[in-house]
Design a protein around this ligand. Structure first.
Ligand SMILES: [Zn+2]
Length: 155
């Protein structure tokens, strides 16, 4: 029975679940391919700055709440991006030691830290969605089209 909910309510109320390692690896591979974490077929990203409303493969609604669902993705974007940037900087220092180009790195490091955040912005949304699906499995209702309501009165 469909129920109406307040606008900023989550569209899923599935309980948190302890994922298995196999499921975590499966969802990680789907996220790495930027695919739907539920079925692995449909693309999550519509463009660099936009997410599809629903999966083309399984009709899963990617935006799992009406209230800035993907704002939590920034954390994962920073975590992944800054880790990769620090590893790259460390590798550059290690490869050029003892003649490390410090004067170049003082400009390259801030550019790299900012650039990787921008480049990984769309990826962070897919990672966020995959982690959410990993911990809070998709409910059947999330795969269904929204109920089309008829106007209360016709003129
Ligand atoms: Zn799907």
């Amino acid at each position: 029975m469909p129920t109406s909910r307040p606008k900023a309510h989550r569209t899923t109320e599935s309980a948190l679940d302890m994922p298995s390692m196999g499921r975590a690896l499966l969802l990680a591979s789907r996220a790495a391919r930027l695919r739907c974490p539920h079925c692995g077929k449909g693309r999550v990203l519509k463009s660099f700055n936009a997410v599809h409303d629903r999966c083309a493969g399984c009709n899963f609604r990617f935006n799992r709440s009406d209230d800035d669902y993907f704002s939590g993705a920034m954390f994962f974007g920073m975590m992944i991006g800054e880790t990769l940037a620090v590893l790259a900087i460390g590798a550059a220092i290690w490869a050029t030691y003892p003649n490390v180009p410090w004067s170049f790195l003082q400009y390259a490091i801030p550019v790299a830290l900012l650039g990787v955040m921008i480049i990984l912005f769309p990826v962070s949304r897919v990672v966020w969605l995959a982690i959410d699906v990993l911990l809070r499995p998709v409910e059947r209702s999330e795969l269904m089209d929204p109920v089309v309501r008829q106007p209360a009165s016709e003129p």
